[in-house]
Design a protein around this ligand. Structure first.
Ligand SMILES: *Cc1c(COP(=O)(O)O)cnc(C)c1O
Length: 471
């Protein structure tokens, strides 16, 4: 039998076996230790202890993989994983991503995948409207927030320095510079590296007490760069910073962008989900004025990685930036008013990323998401209350369910704080991290799991308090 070509009974039996294993994982996640004992020898032994020569049975292969996950992973779907915006994936999105794998549409050319391309266009339009963009919002699904931010840099370079597409950065007589707060995500720096601007082209702007970009310093850095003969072209604002959940003042940044003729990009990878809630949308005030926005569905919308989106209010900029002439690409839709994804994206062959979100929205709906997001806000506040009742103090100032806390008597003791977090994490019952808030090291706990509810908050408070009491 050609092992690339499973017959129908083998396929059905493999799926049935897999579904049972996945159900066991999904249903019993909470009974597993949140995180593994890190042992590189054991994990490499497991990885390599399988023959790649002649093939093993599919069920055996599934068991091997599931055992690897079981023993050697942080279980980010665990409700006591309080980490880095890695949610538990919702089930419709898991099904959607499985369909994308099985049908495997090629997104690159519209004429190869009209249904899939129109699904993505529809979702971008609908979600774009949630951000307040007008009808002609354009965008592209990306591998994640990093690719969306890189797309933003590419588009802004194309807009202000059109010669770069042909002649490269060396054709410029002024150094392009961009601005972002020191709390922004480091994918902005990485994008500066990838685009060839270099890290030194990124001006890191100080933040205020609430972790928002200091607009006065932003303006004086712009003026300083102008006086040095540089060419400021872009501000990357953040709506929901990764560490402590700060929101930049988008309306104020917009005014500066107009005054100095700069592209305004808003990185709302995580916080953008507030657009789905009538109650919390105000946190994004001004986002509709942005030239472009980054959003990650694989964060608060709990779809599997990777699922980022780049939105822009400039309907032609993606085409201008990425269009190539390639004679081998299909031509059937040439006369139609459609866009080929390969002319719109950094990627060429591309997975049907939008399906997992389309599937989620069909089944959960905007309303279901809104309720779930509001619940996460409530749980975040509940956690704050529990911690404050036991003498912990919260050091960050955000509405988001990101809690950076410590004991007032320990806040300047970095060694103690690190040891305390290590102790919690080595219990394997809870995963938290550390984050410096204005130079003081705190314990960071973030709610991104729809299973983290009242009962879990009790368990979290109990684990943290008893670890503290044990000294
Ligand atoms: C997570 C995050 C990113 C990076 O997104 P990836 O999907 O991990 O590539 C960028 N910006 C912010 C604010 C983020 O929280």
């Amino acid at each position: 039998m050609n092992l690339l070509n499973f017959d129908s009974p083998s396929r059905l039996s493999a799926w049935a076996y897999l579904v049972q294993k996945l159900e066991n994982y999904y249903n019993h996640t909470k009974e597993w230790p949140v995180n593994p004992i890190l042992d590189i020898e054991k994990v490499t032994a497991h990885v390599q202890n399988v023959s790649l020569e002649n093939g093993i049975g599919i069920n055996e292969a599934i068991d091997h993989v599931m055992a690897g996950f079981r023993d050697f992973h942080v279980h980010t779907p665990h409700p006591l994983y309080l980490g880095l915006f890695n949610p538990r994936a919702n089930y419709p999105s898991i099904i959607g991503d499985s369909i994308a794998a099985a049908v495997n549409p090629q997104m690159a050319a519209w004429s190869h995948a009209p249904f899939a391309n129109e699904v993505e266009k529809y979702i971008i339009g609908e979600l774009g409207r949630k951000f307040g963009f007008r009808k002609d919002v354009d965008g592209v699904f990306t591998g994640g927030g990093t690719e969306a931010n890189l797309t933003a840099l590419c588009a802004a370079i194309r807009y202000y320095f059109p010669a770069v597409k042909d002649e490269g950065l060396r054709s410029l007589d002024r150094q392009p510079v961009l601005y972002t707060s020191r709390e922004s995500h480091h994918s902005v720096l990485k994008s500066a590296v990838v685009t060839g601007l270099g890290k030194h082209a990124v001006r890191s702007i100080e933040v205020n007490q609430d972790m928002s970009m200091n607009i006065h310093q932003l303006e004086s850095r712009i003026q300083e760069d102008l006086s040095l003969g540089h060419r400021p072209f872009l501000v990357v604002a953040t709506a929901g910073t990764t560490g402590a959940g700060g929101f930049d003042h988008l309306t104020g940044i917009r005014l500066l962008c107009e005054k100095y003729d700069l592209w305004m990009h808003v990185d709302a990878a995580y916080g953008g989900a507030c657009a789905l809630s009538d109650k919390y949308r105000y946190l994004l005030d001004g986002i509709s004025q942005a030239d472009s926005v980054t959003f990650d569905a694989h964060k608060w919308l709990s779809v599997p990685m990777g699922g980022g989106i780049y939105f822009t209010s400039h309907p032609d900029i993606l085409q201008d930036t990425f269009q190539m002439v390639a004679h081998y690409m299909p031509k059937e839709a040439e006369e139609m008013a459609v866009i080929d994804s390969y002319n719109h994206s950094i990627q060429w062959s591309r997975r049907f990323i939008g399906l997992k979100l389309y599937m989620s929205l069909m089944v959960i709906g905007w309303k279901g998401y809104e309720e779930s997001i509001c619940e996460d806000f409530r749980i975040g506040r509940l956690l704050v209350q529990r911690l404050e009742t036991s003498g912990w103090k919260v050091y960050n100032n955000t509405e988001l369910p990101i809690v950076c806390f410590n004991k007032p008597e320990k806040i300047d003791d970095e060694v103690w704080t690190r040891n305390f977090v290590n102790k919690l994490v080595s219990s394997r019952k809870i995963w938290v991290s550390t984050y410096p808030v204005h130079g003081q090291l705190t314990i960071r706990a973030c709610i991104t799991n729809f299973l983290t509810r009242d009962k879990e908050v009790d368990e979290i408070a109990e684990l943290i308090n008893s670890a503290f009491d044990q000294g």
